[in-house]
Design a protein around this ligand. Structure first.
Ligand SMILES: [Fe+2]
Length: 497
């Protein structure tokens, strides 16, 4: 943990590991905001004695006093330790790890939806406790831009002593920077980053609720042009979330491919900031509407076809599989509305998810079918609940084209929070009815917060959901919530015991 008043109060972090490099990060908080010469070192031991790379940088106001160093010349699949020094003060020392070149086992945690005022990041602390992970996959909503004012907030932050800072929506660059700073002063966030490198995409709340290419639900004309707010949000994201912009000339680009040790290709998607505006039917059926935007779609389809790894993983901020069916009993629809899986009236899918872009979803899934692309697993977040589903679109042999694994929120409210009933009480029967009506859904759990461990071998991919029970206090309990696997060559979900 960083000292609360020191130069390195935001701790240190790392991100976007490759086989030979990883980005290390810190922020240097000088009393007068002056530029600070900062030394950095990467070593193979926690005492930082066996140095493999070192250098100096300057923490400047231009980048909000953050420092990101792309440390190169590293060995594959190796644990490294790193730290910073400025004006005689040393940062905490943290651990990171490069990706393997060839591997028969890869394991990572996936998370989404870290709403500061909704709870404590107990799940981050549990992930930090583990030493068996290659990295952390963040599917977005790393921050929430929201104001602390009900009903915009889902939880009375004051009740648990975690109001947002600033209290208002993040609109200016200073607002976004302050919000990131608040998150990075959280001890569980610091522990997480000190233990694992992060590979992150963005969901809408890194920018604004309901973000799309030219606007957002939570954007008002008096806040100025959306394009400028979007640019400020991306600027703060790249300053604060450790990572390597895939296109240095385009800070709004997040989508990129990460090769995972010859086992999988990981396609990092952005389903928010390049999409057409979400609209209800019938307009949502317009064949020209896109969730990805033309550039990202071309990149994705080309990459899926070119991939020769045993597995293709799509890191997908919003749910891709169908969440709506006429068979859904009236009684369960209001609950699916509560967890953002149906439109507000409960008469159709939530058009904010991939269901709202049916032509493009069919184009992507049809491409898989036509090109015989197999062994695709979609990893999703955003809806705050846990789901394991098979796409109901099928390939030539009648097998589903892909499976989708949805990780619950770290803290954002899910069904029991929103309805005010006890954990694992009324929701259990509702889940049963939903899985009954949506036959391609194999499992769902609508109450719990936590994270998912994805475990990949050449033969199978396994997902284990870990739940942390309450987030209204800091504690160290977790329970195993569910496990599903898919064997290579068959896009069928099997219970994994
Ligand atoms: Fe979220």
């Amino acid at each position: 943990m960083a000292s609360e008043a020191g130069l390195f109060r935001h701790g240190v972090a790392s991100g976007d590991p490759l086989t030979d490099r990883v980005v290390i990060w810190t922020r240097v908080t000088t009393p007068d905001g002056a530029p600070a010469a900062t030394g950095w070192v990467t070593a193979t031991d926690p005492e930082l004695g066996d140095v493999v790379a070192s250098g100096t940088a300057v923490a400047e106001a231009e980048h909000d006093h953050t420092v990101s160093i792309d440390v190169t010349g590293l060995e594959p699949d190796t644990t490294y330790f790193y730290g910073f020094e400025s004006a005689g003060e040393r940062s905490p020392v943290a651990r990171t790890r490069t990706l393997p070149e060839r591997s028969d086992l890869l394991r990572f945690a996936m998370v989404s939806c870290a709403k500061f005022n909704a709870g404590f990041f107990n799940a981050y602390a549990r992930i930090a406790d583990r030493d068996d992970l290659n990295f952390l996959l963040h599917l977005g909503d790393y921050i929430y831009e929201a104001s602390n004012t009900p009903p915009a907030t889902q939880t009375p932050g004051a009740d648990i002593g975690r109001p947002f800072d600033p209290l208002h929506e993040c609109v200016t660059l200073e607002d976004y920077r302050r919000r990131y700073s608040q998150y990075r002063l959280d001890p569980d966030v610091q522990r997480l980053h000190a233990a694992h490198p992060v590979i992150a995409t963005v969901d809408d709340h890194e920018l604004a609720d309901g973000a799309w290419r030219d606007g957002a639900d939570n954007h008002k004309p008096e806040w100025g042009p959306w394009r400028e707010r979007k640019a400020r949000a991306f600027r703060a994201k790249w300053e604060w979330v450790p990572g390597r912009p895939p296109d240095p000339n385009d800070p709004t680009r997040v989508f990129r491919t990460v090769p995972l040790g010859g086992l999988a290709d990981l396609f990092m998607l952005d389903t928010r900031t390049r999409r057409d505006q979400p609209v209800p039917p019938p307009a949502m059926h317009d064949p020209d509407r896109s969730a990805l935007g033309p550039e990202q779609r071309d990149w994705l389809l080309h990459g899926l076809e070119a991939s020769t790894a045993p597995w293709r993983l799509i890191a997908n901020p919003s749910v891709m599989g169908r969440t709506w069916d006429e068979q859904l009993p009236e009684a369960v629809r209001p609950h699916l509305v509560k967890v953002k899986l149906l439109e507000p009236e409960g008469r159709g899918p939530d058009f904010d998810q991939w269901d709202g872009y049916p032509a493009e979803r069919e184009a992507v899934l049809g491409f898989l079918r036509d090109r015989h692309i197999r062994d695709l697993v979609v990893l999703s977040g955003d809806v705050h609940v846990s789901i394991a589903l098979e796409m109901d679109e099928q390939g030539d042999e009648g097998e589903p084209l892909a499976v989708e694994l949805v990780t619950p929120s770290l803290t954002s409210q899910n069904l029991d929070d929103k309805m005010g009933w006890g954990l694992r009480t009324t929701s259990v029967e509702i889940e049963r009815q939903i899985v009954n009506a949506l036959s391609h859904w194999k499992w769902c759990e609508l109450d719990s917060h936590g994270y998912t461990i994805i475990d990949v071998t050449p033969e199978r991919l396994r997902a284990d959901w870990w739940f942390v029970d309450s987030v209204l206090e800091r504690h160290d309990q977790e329970v195993h919530g569910g496990a599903w696997m898919v064997e290579r060559g068959r896009s069928r979900l099997l219970p994994a015991g």
